[in-house]
Design a protein around this ligand. Structure first.
Ligand SMILES: Cc1cc2nc3c(=O)[nH]c(=O)nc-3n(C[C@H](O)[C@H](O)[C@H](O)COP(=O)(O)OP(=O)(O)OC[C@H]3O[C@@H](n4cnc5c(N)ncnc54)[C@H](O)[C@@H]3O)c2cc1C
Length: 214
């Protein structure tokens, strides 16, 4: 895409085309924010997202993380049908084992929290762990939880599916454009500068979402 296609103004600019940026673009577009621009300095998913193992686990330590993890798992199951991008999502389930009483209490607490948000989760005995996964030595396992709807996906394709879903709803996603500066006026964001090879420019915006990763 050439520099000419980069708009001079947008309702929001998202920096970074990893899974976070693509997800922000997807969800803003779904809320009807079509006048948004995502700028990725290289290719979509070329950052950390490319390296992820793609494990989708819903056992989390806080309410908000549990809700987010469940929402994501549910979304990833539907995303392939919606966007026709193969996400590789397979709900093979997960087992988390505890080797100490303290850890057992912790994962049981997380399981209770997850259950409160309708996550399918069950406390299981070491014997049940052995039945489900015979390769594991369970001699020092004191407790475990099983989440049958946890799974694994292709993280890059999840991001590509989110990007496609965002584009389908009108979002603009441009690769090989680096954000070089965030501008402020009277203490508020007023725009970004970008560079694409020798070309440079600015986008006027009130909202910048920093999804540039580490
Ligand atoms: C080995 C490994 C295994 C992992 N396994 C899992 C797992 O199983 N499950 C799980 O949930 N998580 C896993 N993670 C974590 C997961 O990969 C990250 O949390 C996630 O990919 C972060 O996504 P992101 O979009 O925030 O960042 P990134 O994917 O890094 O995206 C940031 C993007 O911003 C772009 N960018 C940066 N600066 C600019 C700029 N100035 N202008 C324009 N673009 C810019 C970059 O090029 C990049 O594409 C794993 C991570 C690693 C390293």
């Amino acid at each position: 895409m050439t520099a000419k296609a980069i708009p001079a103004k947008a309702r929001a600019v998202i920096i970074g085309g990893g899974v976070s940026g693509c997800s922000v673009a997807y969800h803003l577009a779904k809320l009807g924010w079509t006048d948004i621009v995502l700028l990725e300095r290289k290719q979509l998913t070329s950052g950390t997202t490319w390296h992820a193992a793609g494990l989708i686990g819903q056992l989390r330590g806080s309410q908000n993380m549990t809700r987010l993890a469940k929402y994501s798992a549910d979304l990833y199951v539907k995303l392939e049908a919606e966007t026709e991008v193969g996400t590789g999502m397979r709900q093979v389930g997960s087992i988390t084992v505890a080797l100490t009483e303290e850890r057992k209490h912790e994962i049981y607490r997380q399981a209770s929290l997850a259950r409160a948000f309708d996550v399918d989760v069950r406390e299981i005995s070491p014997n049940e762990v052995k039945q489900m996964y015979p390769h594991l030595n369970v001699s020092d396992v004191v407790g475990a939880v099983h989440l049958p709807l946890d799974g694994q996906c292709d993280p890059a394709n999840i991001a590509m599916a989110l990007a496609k879903g965002a584009r389908q709803r009108g979002a603009t996603i441009i690769e090989n454009v680096k954000v070089t500066k965030v501008h402020t006026r009277n203490g508020r964001v007023s725009g970004v500068s970008w560079a694409q090879g020798e070309d440079q420019g600015t986008i006027e915006t009130d909202i910048v979402v920093n999804c540039a990763g580490m």
